[in-house]
Ligand binder design. Structure first.
Ligand code: PEP
Ligand code: MN
Length: 263
């Protein structure tokens, strides 16, 4: 169902009134984690003023160590909803438990399936049973074929509102946290009709190359870019090293020439 052979026209995913995959690239920005009402509200106010319309923020955090901050859970989703309503933003947050998918639809506009859960098939099935848009991340060591099969799990249950996002894969290279597979963008666009985005923060894990990687993604045909921004990254409870502060985010927007133009 997700194959270009099956459907020639691009699928356009609607995040409320915001179309993704229609030729106008989108920018998704926000903190790694929802940490507090104030931190989320500050970020939302800045995003609104910058013209960004979709805010991310993790409430359920899949952390490598069980001793790291695990997220605020449902309270985090509540904060996102409250703040998004105040500023008229759309929201996206990761869900890790199939039992939370239905609940999440009441709070957020897009459900993210994280890299570590790309082949959590029960989670994919649950995501296929709702009608909320899904942002599916490529697994840490997933081939493009496996990635598309995971999307197929969701679409085959009736939810055709699926966006794919390349977030870097594991290689021997240590200069970046993961290796941004930029070639995945045109390949996914050729193989599938679903929108394709690129997460420049988690793929690179370093702030100093976010803008060139975002530009490369857009040049390669990406329908959008995701980036992390935090009011005070040094105190962030997750991904402190690679979130942009507001001044850096402003420079990032300038460098990528936001508002983005259709490719
Ligand atoms: C995230 O976007 O918050 C995240 C945890 O990313 P990934 O699943 O790509 O590691
Ligand atoms: Mn993060």
């Amino acid at each position: 169902l997700v194959s270009r052979k099956r459907q020639k026209e691009d699928t356009v995913v609607s995040i409320g009134e915001i179309p993704v995959g229609s030729g106008q690239p989108i920018l998704i920005a926000g903190p790694c984690s929802v940490e507090s009402y104030e931190q989320t509200r500050k970020t939302a106010a800045m995003l609104k003023a910058s013209g960004v319309t979709v805010m991310r923020g993790g409430a359920f955090k899949p952390r490598t160590s069980p001793y790291d901050f695990q997220g605020l859970g449902v309270e985090g989703l509540q904060i996102l909803k409250e703040v998004a309503e105040e500023f008229g933003l759309k929201t996206i947050s990761e869900i890790v438990d199939p039992a939370h998918i239905e609940l999440a639809t009441q709070y957020i506009d897009v459900i993210q399936i994280g890299a570590r859960n790309m082949q959590n098939f029960e989670l994919l099935k649950a995501a296929g049973d709702v009608r909320t848009p899904i942002l599916l991340k490529r697994g840490l060591a997933a081939t493009i074929d496996e990635f598309l099969h995971s999307a197929e799990y969701i679409v085959s249950r009736g939810n055709d509102q699926v966006m794919l996002i390349e977030r870097g894969i594991r290689t021997y290279e240590k200069a970046t946290r993961n290796t941004l597979d930029i070639s995945a963008v045109p390949i996914l666009k050729l193989e599938s009709h679903l929108p394709v985005l690129v997460d420049v923060t988690h793929s690179t894990g370093r702030k100093d190359i976010l803008a060139p990687c975002a530009k490369a993604a857009l040049a390669a045909g990406a329908d959008g870019v995701m980036v992390e921004v935090h009011p005070d990254p040094a105190t962030a409870l997750s991904d402190a090293a690679q979130q942009l502060n507001f001044a850096e985010f402003e420079r990032f927007l300038k460098e990528i020439q936001f508002p983005l133009k259709p490719g």
